[in-house]
Design a protein around this ligand. Structure first.
Ligand SMILES: Cc1cc2nc3c(=O)[nH]c(=O)nc-3n(C[C@H](O)[C@H](O)[C@H](O)COP(=O)(O)O)c2cc1C
Length: 193
């Protein structure tokens, strides 16, 4: 192991705490659809994380300043739609408008499709859609953090390498790059070796 000495140059510099979120980009930007008073709405979301394999549980932060917050809290249902890069500009536009004053489906040309288990709609233009029910609201008051269970998942199987978009803050988005395979005994590929 390399030893640290007083002469080891410190390459790392101070990084502003307000920008830490940009280092821990958690996954693809999604479009969260909800329904309120019979009208569907959609908001981009990047602060979400997987919490369990089966049933699939997803945690997410939906700010209480957003119109979607009250819709989600009241209806306890939503759909997590996963867009690809073709929708990137629409995603940003949806993030700069509020469902309170704008019908985003109409304004941005998104197609709402009926879901199987929830009232919120699937977005036809997205390559995957996850119908979710809110299963835990214990952290909502303090952190705006909802725990969702995915009760039905849909995917377009023709899209082999979906180019999802990953938010890095300040209008920057990263696209997926090369895939590398590192089989181990815990992976299905590894078990076959
Ligand atoms: C790429 C991107 C990611 C975002 N991620 C989140 C998020 O994780 N949680 C959140 O509350 N707002 C997030 N926002 C902000 C909301 O999408 C934005 O405030 C939106 O206008 C809310 O819409 P609504 O008022 O119709 O609910 C994000 C916006 C963008 C553009």
């Amino acid at each position: 192991m390399k030893q640290f000495s007083k002469n080891t140059p410190l390459k790392k510099k101070n990084f502003p705490l307000s920008e830490v979120y940009r280092l821990l980009e958690p996954g693809p930007v999604v479009l969260l659809s909800t329904v309120r008073a019979g009208r569907p709405n959609v908001m981009p979301m990047s602060w979400h994380l997987m919490m369990e394999f089966t049933p699939p549980l997803v945690g997410c932060v939906v700010s209480n300043g957003n119109y979607s917050f009250a819709s989600l809290k009241k209806s306890r249902e939503c759909v997590i739609n996963i867009p690809t890069v073709e929708l990137a500009k629409t995603v940003v536009a949806c993030g700069n408008t509020s469902g309170e004053s704008v019908d985003k489906f109409k304004t941005f040309g998104l197609t709402a499709m009926p879901a199987k288990c929830v009232k919120a709609p699937l977005i036809a233009e997205c390559y995957a859609s996850l119908e979710c029910k809110v299963v835990d609201v214990k952290l909502v008051t303090k952190y705006n953090f909802f725990i969702l269970e995915v009760v039905q998942a849909w995917i377009d199987p023709t899209l082999k390498k979906p180019r999802t978009i990953h938010h890095q803050g300040e209008g920057e988005f990263m696209l997926p790059g090369r895939t590398i395979h590192l089989p181990s005994p815990k992976t299905s590929l590894g078990r076959k070796l």
